[in-house]
Ligand binder design. Structure first.
Ligand SMILES: [Zn+2]
Length: 147
């Protein structure tokens, strides 16, 4: 495929040295015509793939932290034990949602999570907008409403 954008593969790429080393053996002086004047496509690919494998092996995050990520343990500790754990906005909202779903009042939720009642109301208002209030019915499933 010609015309593919490979602009990000250059000497300043963090894996340029690795890719270049892979390539030095078989391209030799032709390297100046390689992608980013560093390495051929195959060697770039090998360097990048090896790097990903290392990241997976050592459990390193390959992506920046997701602001929507929820630390279940932190939320659990805050909800159940009232621990003063540091929660992200997403985690605090999840904690409010759970306590509210459990029947806890706004004031009690605020005390449990050490936040103002007005903040709890803000979060609940945000949740009401973000989450459909009526669960989507699943076709073929019997209603779970007990008779
Ligand atoms: Zn190569």
């Amino acid at each position: 495929m010609s015309g593919r954008t490979v602009g990000h593969l250059s000497r300043s790429h963090p894996l340029a040295e690795v890719a270049g080393r892979h390539c030095a053996g078989h391209l030799g002086s032709l390297r100046h015509s390689a992608i980013g004047q560093v390495a051929c496509g195959e060697c770039w690919e090998r360097a990048i793939r090896d790097d990903e494998r290392v990241a997976v092996e050592f459990g390193l995050a390959t992506e920046p932290p997701d602001p929507a990520y929820i630390d279940e343990i932190a939320v659990e500790r805050a909800c159940r034990y009232g621990d003063r754990v540091t929660l992200t906005a997403a985690e605090r909202a999840e904690a409010v949602r759970r306590l509210h779903a459990g029947g806890m009042g706004v004031g009690a939720i605020g005390e449990q999570l050490a936040i103002a009642g007005t903040k709890v109301l803000d979060i609940l208002a945000g949740l009401a907008q973000a989450i459909p209030l009526v669960p989507v019915p699943v076709h073929g499933e019997p209603s779970e409403v007990a008779s």
